[in-house]
Write a protein that binds this ligand. Structure first.
Ligand code: PLP
Length: 352
């Protein structure tokens, strides 16, 4: 049973079919039929994403994944405002934290907000770290290890009131919990977390700021990111976004309950579902198996359960996210992350 959808997802068959249908020509080529066709197909895909997000086509920058989107936005903001103050949290994805650590080596002033004891980053905590010099706040929408949803609408409203730019890494929330895309200054997304292809992500810039490009070369994507446009990945991403936003959460909820019941049957009172007092997405379930050692448990049960101890990017280190949420070493060692999707019915998989 594949229960590691927060790490990556299987490409949806309709996404694969769409990718196979797109013209192979270079988007920037001219004169011949295949080139004209690819422009039409890719422009349609870009326009479809913009429409679904209710933002302009120009706000979209296609990247290689959310790691690059986060690097592009954070490094770009530092380049534009090197003397200003930045705020983020201690439980961001490793690629956000590492980028902030990098800009600190170049002289950036960064403050890291801690979560409350429910693993949530509150507006109050963010606001208490901001000052007159603060130019940029970056707080993720949904944490990839805990599934906890941060109230980013409230943080964005605070940022707007105080003329601070706000970015949210919304990789784990797309299609799982509502998001008013147009309300945010900057957003990051990843194709492979939503049953799209690996190797593509999105950086959304709804501001009038020109974020300096990370990748230099020709002037593709209005000079925001050089490199031949990946036709197949762009149309695949557009299809994946369309499908995930259209599909309701019924199966996601059913799958979540199925997995919790399955573990409850085996572990009884030794199953503790973490973060049950705060809003969480139904796709990510952080749970403790009391008395077990997570790595040994997952290794011994790998034929039955394909899951992670936490973020697959930091698999060999004890989770800094859970540490920040106040978990003891033992609690961290007992915790596994289950992540389900909204397309495969787990109860059918088991009965077949
Ligand atoms: N941000 C979050 C919250 C994630 O879960 C991930 C995936 O691991 C990333 C960023 C990085 O995404 P990508 O694999 O597209 O670079």
């Amino acid at each position: 049973m594949y229960l590691d959808n927060a790490a990556t997802t299987k490409i949806h068959p309709d996404v694969m079919a769409t990718m196979q249908e797109v013209s192979y020509a270079n988007y920037n080529a001219k004169y011949y039929e295949e080139a004209l066709l690819v422009q039409k197909q890719v422009d349609q895909a870009i326009n479809a994403i913009a429409k679904m997000f209710n933002i302009s086509d120009q706000a979209l920058v296609f990247t290689s994944g959310a790691t690059e989107s986060n690097n592009y936005i954070i490094k770009g903001m530092f380049e534009l405002f090197p003397d200003k103050h930045f705020v983020t949290s201690t439980i961001e994805h490793k690629c956000v934290l590492a980028t902030f650590k990098y800009i600190e080596t170049k002289g950036a002033r960064v403050t890291y907000v801690k979560p409350n004891n429910q693993g949530q980053i509150t507006k109050h905590a963010v606001a208490s770290m901001c000052n007159q010099d603060t130019v940029f706040i970056s707080i993720m929408h949904v944490n990839n290890e805990t599934g906890v949803i941060n109230d980013i609408a409230e943080i964005q409203a605070y940022a707007k009131q105080n003329e601070i730019y706000f970015h949210s890494d919304a990789v784990q929330s797309l299609g799982k919990t509502p998001l008013n895309f147009a309300d945010y200054d900057f957003l990051s997304f990843s194709g492979h977390k939503v049953h799209g292809p690996k190797g593509i992500g999105l950086a959304v810039n709804n501001t009038s700021l020109e974020i300096p490009s990370l990748i230099h070369g020709s002037d593709q994507q209005h000079g925001h990111r050089a490199g031949t446009l990946p036709n197949e990945l762009i149309v695949g991403l557009a299809k994946a976004v369309e499908l995930i936003l259209k599909q309701g959460n019924e199966l996601l909820i059913k799958n979540k309950e199925f997995v919790i019941n399955m573990f409850a049957d085996s572990f009884g009172e030794d199953l503790v579902v973490n973060f049950h007092d705060v809003p969480t997405v139904d796709s990510i379930i952080s749970m403790r198996l009391v008395g077990e050692v997570n790595q040994i448990f997952l290794e011994e049960n790998k034929e039955m359960i394909k899951a992670s101890t936490g973020s697959s990017c930091s698999i060999n280190n004890p989770s800094y996210v859970l540490q920040e949420c106040g978990f003891t070493k033992q609690m961290i060692q007992e915790t596994i992350r289950i992540s389900v999707n909204k397309y495969d019915d787990l109860s059918e998989l088991v009965s077949n």
